[in-house]
Write a protein that binds this ligand. Sequence first.
Ligand code: HEC
Ligand code: HEC
Ligand code: HEC
Length: 110
Amino acid sequence: MLSRSAVSSCLALLLTVLPTAALSVMGGGDVAFAPKGVGKVVFKHEYHVTVKGNTCANCHDKTFQMRGEASLYKMDMAILTKGQFCGICHNGIRAFDVKDEKNCKRCHKE
Ligand code: HEC
Ligand code: HEC
Ligand code: HEC
């Protein structure tokens, strides 16, 4: 059992840390996917939310959960190309197309 004072100092710490964290991280922050045999993909909330004016509800929770485990998603290019997950927008109409060879490196780094 934690002592009462330990609990309240934890609470005090949380209350000071949380507002700062909320300001510095937009939505879920950067989420990295590490598929095998190809460069990793970093999804940036800051870009998708502020620059493109998407609301959280455009993606959560219909398409993506907020559980914080990118590995929950079984994504591969066959699925993305069929217009699911990232492919809902990255279809050459709303955003650059996952099928176009010129775009692979815009998502897959090094
Ligand atoms: C363009 C789509 C999109 C939008 C818009 C979006 N998210 Fe996300 N979000 C994702 C994806 C993709 C993931 C990764 C899936 C996962 O980690 O479970 C994610 C994950 C998260 C996570 C878990 C973070 C982690 O470490 O994995 C949180 C929290 C979150 N989002 C909050 C938000 C909030 C709050 C907003 C609105 C300000 C928002 N998201 C808008 C796509 C989006
Ligand atoms: C709700 C629509 C939507 C969804 C879902 C979405 N995107 Fe995007 N994304 C956009 C738009 C719009 C742009 C900017 C348009 C363009 O450049 O063609 C963009 C730009 C990007 C960029 C370039 C900017 C940057 O961050 O460097 C990357 C990379 C990217 N998206 C990755 C992803 C990945 C990975 C997923 C899935 C986990 C995803 N997106 C899901 C709408 C979306
Ligand atoms: C909009 C971003 C985006 C674009 C553009 C994109 N990918 Fe992907 N790719 C992903 C994501 C997200 C995953 C799944 C990551 C995970 O969950 O492990 C993935 C997975 C993969 C995989 C491993 C799974 C599989 O399908 O075999 C390969 C290989 C791959 N991509 C190749 C490509 C090639 C080649 C291109 C260009 C024709 C491309 N990708 C364009 C986002 C993108």
